[in-house]
Design a binder for this molecule. Structure first.
Ligand SMILES: [Ca+2]
Length: 456
């Protein structure tokens, strides 16, 4: 039997528990009949392959750092910031060399939640989510599979004051997020919990509140599968569009990028430790990634009511480079992607992944099909996460803010504008290939066909 076909039996094992309880109270005869069916399914459950818990699908802890590209992470070749906890995750699990985001926050989050590229959703305006797709999110899909769902940190898909129930509408049972463009996210934070502003966090550091909330959520739901989405505030700089500058930290300025990286790594460690402390390490898949490349600059302080920006330069493979957020280059779209789990194959993989893959991947872990009418762009990338049937994708996609987009392989990248780059020879995309080799030309042709099929 193909491995993927074994999935429904595992899903069946989990759902049958809930289902049989329901039937028992409703109709004893039906229950007995169903019990007979269970007996016929049992051997499949007993022989569940590695990666498939006989009782329930795995928990998913999805950690999304803000404005952190590969150049900022030690195990990817960054050397400006110590990232011991993230590096330890990579050592323990699987590190992707070719994980790609959109070049900025909002389109990445849209793609993550829907499995669709933003242009297929009509390029949702910054800070909005398409109304027609509110029921078609990864959170709704996981809820359908019996998961408890929660998000902590950044939402960004609506102004919370306008629509405090927006997160619940999109499928999250619980939430603890900062008031994006409404108040501070770090010091003296403004935090909405389940749609209501908390009045007990003024003296707290926001990121500590987000971690605490999610750890508590995992603790309360440890007897059932859960989807914990840790949408980190770190390492994005402070909010800059309020009437007055937001409060400094105790040091008299905002955290430097170095300090933010350190705090980000610490909190990743804290939430990963909590999974172990709760006894959930054997049934939890942890994913760490970033929503776009490293910030180009950040707000370091404010004087006379005006913010002062400082550039972010990082040492990456021995070269000092500036963060590339918002650009479609590697600097803006090449993000860390590390996966840890009880059955995840360790090491480094060259598989391509983009954010449209998360929804179908998590659906496969949960054992639920993605409805065909959702028209998801991605595909499961779980082939190395356990015994899951999935094929590596042959291209990844990203789109910028002005309709410009690309598809790429590990080596070559073709833009909608026709520019074509060999990223091994020319990682900074300085010279578009006008006379590609025969091999490169063949890839170019395939990538063009992909762009044509996508209709971008
Ligand atoms: Ca971001």
């Amino acid at each position: 039997m193909p491995r993927f076909l074994a999935c429904p039996s595992r899903r069946f094992c989990f759902t049958r528990h809930l289902f049989t309880r329901h039937l028992f109270t409703r109709h004893l005869f039906t229950w007995l009949l169903f019990a007979g069916l269970l007996a016929s399914w049992s051997p499949l459950s007993a022989n569940a392959a590695p990666g498939k818990d006989a009782e329930r699908p795995p928990n998913i802890l999805f950690i999304l750092a803000d404005d952190v590209g590969v150049d900022a992470i030690g195990c990817y070749g960054g050397s400006s910031y110590p990232t011991p906890r993230i590096d330890a995750l990579a050592k323990q699990g699987l590190r992707y060399e070719h994980g790609f985001s959109m070049p900025s926050c909002h389109p990445t989050r849209i793609t993550l939640l829907t499995g669709r590229y933003p242009f297929h959703l009509g390029h949702p305006k910054w800070g909005t989510f398409p109304k027609a797709d509110e029921q078609k999110t990864v959170a709704h899909l996981l809820k359908k599979a019996g998961y408890a769902t929660a998000i902590a940190g950044k939402w960004q898909l609506v102004l919370m004051k306008d629509e405090p129930d927006h997160i619940a509408k999109l499928g999250f049972d619980e939430s603890c997020v900062f008031g994006w463009h409404e108040g501070p996210r770090y010091y003296e934070p403004m935090i909405y919990q389940n749609g209501k502003v908390r009045d007990d966090v003024k003296d707290r550091f926001g990121p500590d509140v987000y971690v605490e909330f999610l750890v508590d959520f995992m603790k309360r739901n440890r007897e059932r599968p859960f989807f914990a989405y840790y949408s980190m505030a770190l390492c994005h700089d402070v909010t800059d569009d309020l009437e007055a500058p937001v409060p400094f930290g105790p040091q008299g300025h905002y955290d430097t990028f170095v300090e933010m990286m350190q705090k980000m790594d610490e909190r990743v460690g804290r939430i990963v430790d909590s999974v172990k402390e709760l006894g959930l390490a054997d049934n939890t898949v942890i994913v760490f990634t970033g929503d776009n490349g490293t910030a180009f600059s950040y707000l370091h302080t404010a004087e006379n009511g005006k913010y002062i920006r400082v550039p972010v330069f990082s040492m990456y493979h021995g070269e000092l480079i500036q963060g590339g957020k918002t650009k479609l280059t590697n600097g803006g779209t090449h993000v860390p992607l590390i996966v840890v789990g009880p059955h995840v194959q360790g090491g480094v993989t060259s598989d391509l992944v983009d954010f449209s893959d998360m929804l179908p991947t998590f659906a496969q872990l949960a054992g639920v099909p993605v409805p065909a009418d959702w028209k998801v762009d991605g595909q499961s990338c779980a082939r190395l996460w356990g015994d899951y049937e999935a094929k590596p994708r042959t291209w990844a996609f990203a789109e910028g803010s002005r309709g410009r987009a690309w598809v790429r392989t590990q080596r070559y990248k073709l833009y909608t504008t026709g520019e074509f780059y060999d990223l091994v020879e020319d990682p900074k995309e300085q010279t578009s290939l006008t006379q590609p080799s025969a091999d490169a030309a063949a890839v170019q042709k395939e990538l063009q066909a992909t762009l044509d099929t996508l209709g971008v």
